[in-house]
Design a binder for this molecule. Structure first.
Ligand code: ADP
Ligand code: MG
Length: 760
């Protein structure tokens, strides 16, 4: 009865109308593209069509389907949903597999897994024997992994004519995918949605009666006259528009009167709207709660940090407090929730109670909550970018693209007509937002992908260039060239593009390769914990803060942590102190951070990243469970020289050499890099005022160009680690009775006694 009841519901989904067409096309074509509005039943229904259809045939012909998802959380939630629709437990016919967790059995015939899991499986099982269908879901998201998987599949279908491939996409970009697969057929599932009224920042501000000033100190009349034109050129247009909207809005405010009317609840500078403005969101939520028509509210925020902040902020408002209010219930929704917590967002609240969901862009396409009627789109999301100054990938807040905004808006019209507020101006929407996000592969460094290609047997004899050129939209060749050089410098790839043992292990660590190297070396040389602390801070950011009006004081505090001429060792000291302070409670750790100019939020993030890194290492056998193993892994954790050496292994060839330059009256310390001349040490570094170094070399992570070129965090390193861990070839020559040790092209060279050479 359960099954029949749910089947009845399922049959009302738009995907069911195309069931016969889909099955018919699949019987004739090897590859198929299916596109359709989010929520039409692609992810949950189409794999079941294929499975159930095959169950009508002979037992040896029963389908064995893999359906990939871009995110862990969607793989779990969809598998659970589909199992429930079949009135089964998850792990039987329907299962899931994500990194470090799998719920499946020999009975599993439909497996939802992350794209990464499938790519890793291909490392050992190139032909995917026994699999009949591969469904690549959400291909429109264009993640690096799914673009790469498409290339793998393109080759694989030639080897395995019985393997069928289905690409599912939410937007209209289906033609691109069809073309890539030899113009395979495309099925478009017509959507059923209700109209959604679209409002922008100007409207949001008007209804919430928040008044914007162009800047805190300026009065608005000046702005109207155009006298502050130069200050914020882009925003000026926006601001004009805001004013116009204010005037047009019924019951408008006496805005241009500098004595603001009582109805104004708050004034803000337009600059405040550059960031996600939680106060505005709270005011909007209040306004919606006052509106007569009921319905769930979905708020899109860029990340977990903002979700937590808004949640806490709302708790201090009696209207929203989860315990005290009987008018609403608030659910955070993000990828680190457990699946039970996640399931709660689907529950319909009692009559009179409003459900508010605060989500990352996970609710944009992968999770559909049916009863949403209002959407508040902060206009921001997290996006992977290549940070040229660090030479590595970073996760940054960016404005959404028009396509994202449209998708977010669409979430409000699932069961009735809806309302969507975008928290950017309509001018910003049409003039500043990109039409579509750039595919991930064109904005990230390519080292990880290079390694992944090399680890696959099917590509082992191909050159990287030839593999890249066959991607659906290949990245720039310069970008590939730079990545290859970095991999060689690091010792992950040989001159003729072969994977080294280091490269082999790095390929299975989904982090920036330099951070991966630090993690691996930290583990091998038994200083795991400090290596992970530094790795996490390199991957995220430094916890040292320097308020602009207290820079001196902040730098001074940092110096108190310093030793061994290293910003990273200072970081370790600061982190240890913070760990101790957290044992004494929230207050203590708050005070510790405040007194020492540290960001508690960043330290927490570092702690959480460290846990993730530990799991990754344990997954590939570099970390063992248990207290004894952990002690052993840290037996060298208090050796600063060794930790500096590990840093050198990770950061080489980011090295500067200190040189003493004689000026007419005094001598001055200069820092020179191998390729781009002199640099300066940033005033925030513990090495800024140092006049003598025991070793002439410093490794650094990041180079920034402001008025001059600065290196920021750096760490002194002696010559031995440089030649041992730098990654290049070490040469030893006897010159005029003296041994000269040099690395690679001779930039790093030093004289050594014979016993030192023997040690080396
Ligand atoms: P698509 O992949 O086309 O976006 P889905 O197959 O994910 O659509 O969803 C189809 C329908 O099933 C949607 O209306 C959605 O609300 C519902 N649904 C999906 N997952 C769940 C769940 N875990 N709980 C309740 N309803 C769900
Ligand atoms: Mg889907």
């Amino acid at each position: 009865p359960k099954f029949l009841k749910s089947r009845k519901e399922r049959q009302s989904l738009p995907a069911w109308e195309e069931r016969e067409t889909i099955l018919k096309l699949l019987s004739k074509h090897q590859v198929l593209v299916i596109s359709g509005m989010t929520g039409c039943g692609k992810t949950t229904q189409i794999p079941q069509f294929i499975l159930d259809d095959s169950l009508n045939g002979p037992p040896e012909k029963v389908a064995n389907i893999i359906c990939t998802q871009p995110r862990r959380i969607s793989a779990i939630s969809v598998a659970e949903r589909v199992a429930k629709e079949r009135a089964e437990r998850v792990g039987l016919t329907v299962g899931y597999q994500i990194r470090l967790e799998s719920v499946k059995s020999s009975a599993t015939r439909l497996l939802y897994c992350t794209t990464g899991v499938l790519l890793r499986r291909l490392e050992g099982d190139t032909a995917l024997q026994g699999i009949t269908h591969i469904i690549v879901d959400e291909v429109h998201e264009r993640t690096e992994e799914s673009d790469f998987l498409l290339l793998v599949l393109k080759d694989m279908i030639l080897q395995r004519p019985s393997l069928q491939v289905i690409l599912m996409s939410a937007t209209l970009n289906a033609e691109l995918f069809s073309e890539y697969f030899n113009f395979c057929p495309v099925i478009t599932i017509p959507g059923r949605t209700f109209p959604v009224d679209q409002f922008f920042l100007e409207d949001a501000i008007a209804v919430t009666r928040i008044v914007i000033l162009p800047s805190v100190h300026q009065d608005t009349s000046k702005y109207e006259q155009g006298s502050v034109k130069d200050q914020v050129p882009d925003q000026q247009l926006d601001f004009k528009q805001l004013l116009a909207r204010y005037k047009a809005w019924p019951g408008k405010l006496s805005f241009l009167d500098t004595k603001f009317s009582k109805s104004v609840i708050k004034t803000m500078s337009i600059m405040d709207f550059e960031k996600v403005n939680l106060e505005l969101i709270e005011a909007l939520l209040e306004w919606i709660m006052d509106a007569e028509s009921p319905g769930a509210i979905l708020v899109f925020l860029p990340g977990l940090a903002e979700i937590k902040m808004l949640y806490e902020q709302l708790q201090s408002n009696p209207l929203f407090n989860n315990r005290r209010s009987n008018r609403c219930v608030i659910h955070p929704l993000h990828s680190s929730l457990s699946s039970e917590e996640q399931q709660a967002v689907f529950v319909k609240p009692p009559v009179g109670v409003t459900k508010i969901i605060i989500s990352t862009n996970i609710a944009e396409t992968s999770i559909t909550i049916d009863d949403v009627v209002y959407v508040i789109d902060s206009g921001k999301m997290k996006e992977k970018r290549y940070d040229a100054s660090k030479g590595m990938e970073s996760l940054e807040d960016t404005f959404v693209s028009q396509a994202n905004a449209l998708q977010r808006k669409g979430r409000a019209g699932r069961v009735a007509s809806g309302v969507c507020f975008h928290l950017f101006t309509s001018h910003h929407y049409s003039h500043q937002l990109l039409k579509q996000q750039l595919p991930e592969i064109q904005r990230v460094p390519l080292e990880q992908l290079c390694l992944r290609i090399k680890i696959l047997e099917m590509f082992s004899t191909h050159t990287l260039q030839s593999v890249f050129s066959r991607l659906i939209e290949p990245p720039h060749t310069d970008s590939l060239r730079a990545s290859k050089i970095r991999l060689r410098d690091l010792g992950a790839l040989t001159q003729d593009e072969k994977l080294t043992p280091l490269g082999y292990h790095l390929a299975s660590l989904p982090v920036d390769v330099r951070i991966g190297k630090l993690m691996l070396f930290g583990s091998i040389f038994r200083c795991l914990d400090p290596a992970l602390t530094i790795a996490a801070s390199l991957a995220f950011k430094s916890p040292f803060v320097s308020p602009w009006d207290k820079k001196e004081e902040a730098n001074q505090k940092k110096l108190e942590f310093a030793f061994a001429n290293s910003d990273y060792l200072a970081l370790l000291q600061a982190y240890k102190g913070w760990q101790l302070s957290t044992k004494e409670g929230v207050r203590a750790s708050y005070n510790y951070c405040r007194q020492n100019f540290l960001s508690g939020r960043v330290l927490q993030e570092i702690a959480s990243l460290k846990r993730q890194f530990t799991e990754l290492l344990s997954d590939i056998g570099f970390v063992m469970e248990g207290l004894r193993a952990s002690k052993k892994a840290n037996s060298n954790a208090d050796n600063p020289k060794l930790i500096s050496a590990m840093l050198c292994a990770a950061l080489y060839p980011n090295v500067v050499q200190t040189k003493i330059r004689m000026k007419p009256k005094s001598e001055e310390l200069k820092f020179v890099t191998k390729n781009d001349g002199y640099v300066h040490i940033h005033p925030s570094s513990v090495n800024y005022q140092v006049r003598h170094f025991d070793s002439p070399y410093l490794v650094y992570h990041e180079k920034i160009k402001t008025s001059r070129v600065f290196i920021r965090d750096c760490s002194m390193v002696s010559v031995y680690p440089l030649v041992l861990f730098g990654g290049g070839q070490v040469n030893v020559q006897l010159q005029r009775g003296e041994f000269v040790v040099s690395l690679d092209d001779g930039w790093i060279r030093f004289a050594a006694a014979s016993h030192q050479v023997a040690e080396l």
